[in-house]
Design a protein around this ligand. Structure first.
Ligand code: PHB
Length: 394
């Protein structure tokens, strides 16, 4: 389903023989590289679309809209959130009507899983920019993922807890693949290190009323509650109930992956989250020159108060991977050639060094431990430790 730059160049040679010079010149311009980006731009997960597309735009502002002689054209589609049927329809439209060279985006696991078979059938590379359940890249040989696998970000949090006097944990996760992955990875790692899981609950993904769950957790008197919810209104409600029901006062710590305190939500969570420990692959407060440049450019484009989270970084890195792959193929967007170019690719990201594992097609990267602190009067996730080069699929 991809256009080969070379096939097109050959076709345009014929055109040169037939038409006047100006027309021939127009005909020799290579076809644009079309990228169909499917993300939630409306509904409770609309910030995912905003963050990821902003990361894409920052990359294109910094690196231009032409790569290996091909003009880059990004076509955005709104899947509204957890709506796999919508994802399938949008992907089909992008492949058949728009004849895109690549599919990208995918905020939620159900979206990525729904589209994977279409990418395989069309031999169209699919760049997953957020969806995190471990199984995703195995669902199509045309998938690369530039975000995370949830076990990859979860295990360091379990290790940190076990090493820092936390003996009893209650887990609360959203009842879908990413939540189940997270629960499993946390439990296995924590128990192996001598910790005890005193209770666990899976809540519907759309649930926003945590009062009864939180009360039950309080009654069990764990040292900490470990949670995974896809960031959104549920997170704000969870944290509100945690405070209202007195868990913090009772000394029950709140632990999570970076989803818990990501930067688009953190201000709504209030200063009560100061001291919260999370694990993640990107913080806007990451200390590197490339990240400072990324943050500066992002704010220049979207305003001084723009929020920058891990999704902003994956939009940026997804484009970095696409530009590098197309450069390697010399502008050829054949799906198999692009996949070959993606495999094993390493580059510096605003999050630190990353490599696309040539076998699993998932990102190997540093996972940082972070603490919420006030930085220049704003809540920020400040990295204080890291596990280097963590594989997504050990
Ligand atoms: C997912 O559905 O895979 C998902 C959603 C939100 C996240 C991470 C993973 O922050």
């Amino acid at each position: 389903m991809t256009y080969s730059f070379f096939k097109l160049a050959a076709a345009s040679t014929v055109a040169t023989a037939c038409f006047c010079t100006a027309a021939a010149q127009a005909a020799t311009a290579p076809a644009p590289l079309k990228i169909g980006v499917i993300l939630p731009f409306s509904g409770p997960y609309a910030p995912y679309g905003e963050q990821i597309s902003s990361g894409i735009k920052v990359y294109m502002k910094e690196h231009g809209d032409t790569v290996a002689g091909r003009k880059v054209q990004v076509i955005y589609k709104d899947d509204t959130g957890v709506a796999p049927e919508v994802d399938k329809r949008l992907a089909q439209e992008l492949l058949v009507n728009e004849k895109v060279d690549l599919l990208a985006g995918f905020g939620m696991t159900p979206s990525a899983l729904a589209v994977a078979p279409l990418a395989t059938k069309a031999k169209c590379p699919m760049v997953v920019m957020n969806a995190g359940s471990a199984v995703i890249p195995s669902r199509s040989p045309y998938i690369i993922r530039v975000s995370e696998s949830l076990p990859q970000v979860t295990r360091p949090a379990a290790k940190w807890a076990a090493k820092h006097g936390i003996k009893k944990v209650y887990t609360l996760v959203a009842d879908y693949a990413p939540g189940i992955d997270t629960e499993k990875a946390f439990t296995e790692t924590f128990e192996k290190l001598g910790g005890t899981i005193v209770g666990s609950v899976r809540v519907p993904v759309t649930n926003t009323d945590f009062a009864s769950y939180i009360q039950k957790i309080k009654d069990e008197k764990p040292d900490a509650v470990f949670m995974f919810l896809p960031p959104g209104p549920a997170t704000i409600s969870f944290v509100k109930s945690y405070h209202e029901r007195g868990l913090r006062k009772a000394g029950i710590k709140m632990l999570g992956t970076h989803d818990l305190t990501e930067e688009t939500l953190i201000d709504s969570l209030g200063n009560g989250v100061i001291g919260t420990i999370t694990s993640g692959y990107y913080s806007a407060a990451h200390d590197s020159d490339l990240n400072r440049k990324f943050v500066k450019e992002y704010k220049a484009m979207f305003g001084p108060d723009a929020k920058i989270n891990f999704m902003s970084a994956t939009g940026y890195d997804g484009m970095a991977a696409i530009y590098a792959a197309l450069t390697k193929t010399g502008g050829d967007s054949d799906g198999d050639k692009l996949m070959q170019a993606f495999k094993g690719m390493s580059f510096e990201s605003p999050r630190g060094p990353v490599t696309i594992d040539p076998v699993t097609r998932d990102m190997t990267q540093n996972i940082y431990m972070r603490e919420v602190k006030l930085v220049d009067g704003h809540l920020a996730n400040v990295e204080f430790d890291k596990e280097a080069n963590v594989k997504a699929q050990p």
